[in-house]
Design a protein around this ligand. Structure first.
Ligand code: ADP
Ligand code: MG
Ligand code: MG
Length: 251
């Protein structure tokens, strides 16, 4: 499903390579975690997959179900079933959260050749999903993420994901800045979406999120490359030993 091969990425503005030959395949139904020290390129990977400006792909490929992601506009990537929850979710002043979600859900349905959701159906679904993420009616009415706390923004990202039912979900440090209760809500939201047809790439600096979202595979990213791959035990190794030894071993 998500297949990244020998991906090289540099900043457009400077001659600075960030991803230096990253290879990774996420199969349907599986949760892959990417862990790594600060500055290793984790967010860059998620931005490049989402199609954010400012990065130049200098080599390699990234496909979703065989379709070239890097060749698509950001909206086309979303229509193809890719979803990204960002480390720093953007505020969209002036656009109500519920209106935004309804537009996004219907755009995706049209892209898939499906009928739009009726307002009754949409309201029922959003109320149910919002409730499980402890998102109240007020948060649904306010402009997207505007004035939301860090935890509210992250829960709102998971609400978007739950409403869009993407094929491939990428979460970039969704746990950063969350207290334990908020993190559990986020993890439950993710776990509820785990499904045989859906893949996840969970990017995190800390192991604690992976206590709640059990990964099938754990990768360590360092200086733009995956230097080690293992099972959930690799995350525990990071927790007890830190990154320094693992990075030195992989170098
Ligand atoms: P991580 O998410 O693993 O902490 P990032 O992908 O955010 O790492 O950053 C990787 C490296 O690229 C860092 O050295 C960072 O400073 C640099 N970098 C990323 N984006 C930019 C940018 N827009 N301008 C300058 N440096 C950047
Ligand atoms: Mg960082
Ligand atoms: Mg980051």
């Amino acid at each position: 499903m998500l297949e990244i091969k020998d991906l090289h990425v540099k900043l457009e503005e400077e001659d600075k390579a960030i991803l230096k030959g990253l290879t990774l395949t996420v199969e349907p139904g599986r949760v892959h975690a990417i862990m790594g020290p600060n500055g290793s390129g984790k967010s860059t990977l998620s931005y490049v997959l989402a199609g954010r400006e400012g990065y130049e792909v200098t080599g390699g490929s990234a496909t979703l179900d065989g379709a070239d992601l890097l060749d698509m506009e950001p909206e086309e990537r979303a229509a193809a079933g890719l979803f990204l929850a960002f480390q720093y979710p953007v505020e969209i002043p002036g656009v109500g959260n519920m209106t935004f979600l309804r537009t996004a859900v219907n755009a995706q349905r049209r892209a898939r050749g499906e009928e739009e959701m009726s307002s009754t159906e949409f309201l029922k679904l959003i109320r149910e999903k919002a409730k499980s993420l402890a998102i109240d009616a007020d948060m649904l009415k306010r402009p997207v993420n505007t004035g939301f706390s860090g935890g509210e923004k992250k829960r709102n990202e998971i609400l978007q994901m739950a409403m869009l039912e993407p094929k491939m979900c990428i979460l970039d440090e969704t746990d950063s800045g969350l207290d334990v209760d908020a993190m559990k809500l986020v993890a439950e939201g993710v776990n509820a979406l785990r499904d045989a047809g859906r893949g996840f790439l969970v990017i995190t600096h800390y192991q604690r999120l992976l206590d709640h979202i059990k990964p099938d595979v754990v990768h360590i990213l360092s200086d733009g490359r995956i230097i080690k791959t293992g099972g959930p035990e690799l995350a525990l190794e990071v927790e007890t030993e830190g990154y320094t030894d693992i990075v030195a071993e992989g170098a």
